[in-house]
Design a protein around this ligand. Structure first.
Ligand SMILES: Nc1ncnc2c1ncn2[C@@H]1O[C@H](COP(=O)(O)OP(=O)(O)OP(=O)(O)O)[C@@H](O)[C@H]1O
Ligand SMILES: [Mg+2]
Length: 219
């Protein structure tokens, strides 16, 4: 699905924050990405989302060498990936429902085509009652679930979630984890960046651990 070969990343003239990353995200797989603050988890998520280009090495996405692609070809690949940002990035002037529906609207769908899908997904993440409020009124955990729903509405093949339990209490974190496991069971590959050890202990999954810019994989 996504394959990295000897990937390195530096910002500007700074030091290399990621070094010699070689790994693969397989279809229908489930993995945690872990490592201390500043280890490069978000940077690696952005590389996976094709919103950063590596300073060296090769990133293949869905069978294509991304360095050989035209800029105009990237959005089509990205549409196959859903991402939950560490800081949510909900649009403050749109309701929960409108935020979640946005990717479909942008893709040119009519409301009649997607309305029931959006409502069903909002209920699935437990936001059925919070559909028509604006993000500033939502709690941290509700914002998190709205961001997750927005990432899932396009039925991506790969879901990237950056600290998706960073702002919620342990019971809600467990519920979100169950939601990701269920999603994976339905066929989506999942990558969860987290430093929540208690969360990772709840499921036997592949662990990708970043330290000093390098990646160690525990299958
Ligand atoms: N836009 C940027 N410009 C310059 N340096 C950056 C930028 N983004 C991240 N960095 C640096 O890259 C390194 C990795 O940062 P990154 O945000 O990927 O870590 P992280 O593992 O996600 O941390 P956290 O757990 O705190 O979210 C850090 O040293 C950070 O300062
Ligand atoms: Mg981060």
């Amino acid at each position: 699905m996504i394959r990295f070969e000897n990937v390195g990343l530096r910002y500007g003239m700074g030091p290399e924050v990621l070094r010699d990353l070689t790994f693969e995200i397989k279809p229908q797989s489930f993995q945690f990405l872990t490592g201390p603050s500043g280890a490069g988890k978000t940077s690696l998520m952005r590389l996976l989302f094709l919103s950063l280009t590596p300073t060296r090495g090769l990133v293949r996405a869905f069978g294509k060498d991304t360095s050989a692609l035209q800029k105009s070809q990237i959005p089509a690949l990205r549409r196959r990936i859903g991402i939950v940002f560490q800081d949510f990035r909900l649009l403050q002037h749109l309701t929960t429902y409108e935020n979640v529906a946005l990717p479909l609207r942008v893709a040119g769908q009519e409301e009649g085509q997607y309305r029931s899908d959006v409502v069903e997904l909002l209920k699935w993440v437990g936001l059925g009652e919070r559909m028509h409020v604006l993000p500033p009124v939502l709690s941290g955990g509700e914002k998190q679930r709205a961001a997750i729903a927005r990432a899932l509405i396009t039925r991506p093949e790969l879901l990237l979630a950056d600290e998706p339990t960073g702002n919620v209490d342990p019971p809600l974190a467990r519920r979100l984890l169950r939601l990701f496991i269920e999603l994976n069971r339905l066929g989506t590959s999942v990558v969860i960046a987290t430093h929540d050890l208690a969360l990772m202990d709840q499921v036997h999954a592949r662990r990708m651990e970043l330290a000093d810019g390098r990646l160690q994989i525990h299958d």
